[in-house]
Design a protein around this ligand. Structure first.
Ligand code: CA
Length: 232
């Protein structure tokens, strides 16, 4: 299979000029484009001005602790951040992951390892990106705001009911197997007797004012799964 790695714009916030140069060279060799900042504040400015796809963040910066910068980044952006640091204590790793880092690498590391981490966070951020509301008939779902409106009335859904509705609505007209719903919406392996999907579908139907026998949007396809389609 032909595979072409996605080219990313990467912001490197690192005060050590030798490491900065090495990162620019190795990421450039993998077709990424890079910009660099030697201080936390220059990094924040560059982030706002250039909106990179990924940030590599050194924890030990001259003007501000990298952890504090990470909190500032998180208040303005959900860009994937990979913390790159010489500190290898477990507590520090947990703290930056809690503060919103997407991944963590301890120096020294191999260029291949960094590239693999970059591709992994890009895949995750692309999957999470939803350009606009999902609209099917009179149903409007905003994935970012986590709101669902049916015929102008907001639906009061539990988190899993919302996830299920969004998953189905992103592929209108397509029959989706319960096995897939269980693994993709609940992250659970499929067990034949599992009623999780049925129970949530039941509540979703009630909240949407329909039943399995008189469907409007949620259509049961016996022995296969369920399909969301606009009323005809
Ligand atoms: Ca440093």
């Amino acid at each position: 299979m032909a595979y072409r790695a996605r080219v990313a714009d990467i912001l490197i916030i690192e005060d050590d000029a030798t490491i900065r140069t090495a990162l620019v060279r190795s990421l450039g060799a993998r077709n990424h484009s890079t910009m660099t900042a030697p201080t936390a504040l220059a990094g924040l400015e560059s982030l706002v001005a250039h909106r990179p796809d990924v940030v590599l963040l050194d924890l030990g910066l001259p003007d501000l602790d990298g952890g504090a910068l990470l909190s500032m980044i998180r208040s303005v952006s959900d860009v994937p951040v990979i913390v790159v640091s010489a500190r290898d204590e477990g507590a520090g790793i947990v703290a930056v992951l809690d503060a919103g880092a997407d991944d963590y690498l301890v120096k020294p590391f191999a260029a291949d390892q960094l590239d693999a981490r970059i591709r992994a966070v890009l895949r995750r951020s692309e999957r999470g990106a939803t350009p606009g509301p999902v609209v099917v008939g009179g149903l409007v779902i905003d994935a970012r705001a986590r709101t669902a409106v049916l015929d102008g009335v907001a639906l009061d859904l539990s988190p899993k009911e919302f996830d299920l509705l969004l998953y189905l609505a992103q592929r209108p007209g397509e029959v989706i197997a319960k096995r897939e719903l269980l693994s993709e919406v609940w992250n659970q392996p499929y067990g034949g007797a599992d009623k999780t999907v049925d129970v949530h579908l039941h509540w979703l139907r009630r909240k949407m004012g329909e039943t399995a026998d008189a469907p409007r949007y949620l259509h049961r396809v016996r022995g296969v799964g369920v399909k969301l389609a606009p009323p005809t």
